[in-house]
Write a protein that binds this ligand. Structure first.
Ligand SMILES: [Zn+2]
Length: 176
């Protein structure tokens, strides 16, 4: 058999145009590939639901198969991933950067929105946390201070000098 008539579009097509179906007498599906794909498109919700149901019903077996495949092909899949990354590094980095930039505003907005909505709660939580962790905070503060003593002192010195200068300047101005 070289050709077959599609029972849907009635087209006389080569068997290559049909999916194989072992449950059918001639070994090929009744509808041609084009009709089958159109049907899938028209029934995408049904198809995806069916796939979902199939997955749920066969989850364990599917995951086991996947896991087995991964185990057997670990080297190959690792190699593939590495090669893919190496080959597309620039594109991937650029994509990530663009994605980040594109979503920056909405991310900030979301955070602000979240903060606004939960301000009281967050403040309360923070205050509670502080109360509960007084010792921890004091310890941390001491640690940070000890670690950055020089830098902190230097900053204080600079600040003091700056303020003094300002003060002197104001005094001079005031005298005028
Ligand atoms: Zn057809």
């Amino acid at each position: 058999m070289v050709k077959k008539i599609c029972s849907k579009c009635k087209g006389n097509k080569r068997v290559k145009e049909f999916y194989k179906d072992s449950s059918k007498k001639d070994g090929y599906a009744a509808h041609c590939k084009v009709c089958r794909e159109q049907w899938s498109k028209d029934n995408s919700e049904y198809v995806s639901k069916k796939a979902q149901r199939y997955y749920l019903n066969n989850k364990e077996a599917i995951n086991k198969k996947k896991e087995e495949w991964r185990k057997n092909n670990r080297e190959a899949s690792n190699k593939y991933r590495k090669e893919y990354y190496a080959k597309n590094r620039e594109t991937l980095v650029e994509k990530a950067r663009l994605h980040y930039a594109k979503n920056k505003e909405s991310r900030l907005e979301y955070r602000k929105d979240y903060y606004d909505k939960n301000r009281e709660d967050l403040c309360k939580k923070q205050a509670e946390w502080r109360k509960k962790n007084k010792e921890y905070i004091a310890k941390k503060r001491k640690e940070v201070y000890a670690k950055n003593k020089e830098a902190i002192l230097e900053k204080q010195r600079l600040n003091y000098a700056k303020n003094k200068e300002l003060k002197d300047l104001n005094t001079v101005k005031g005298q005028k």
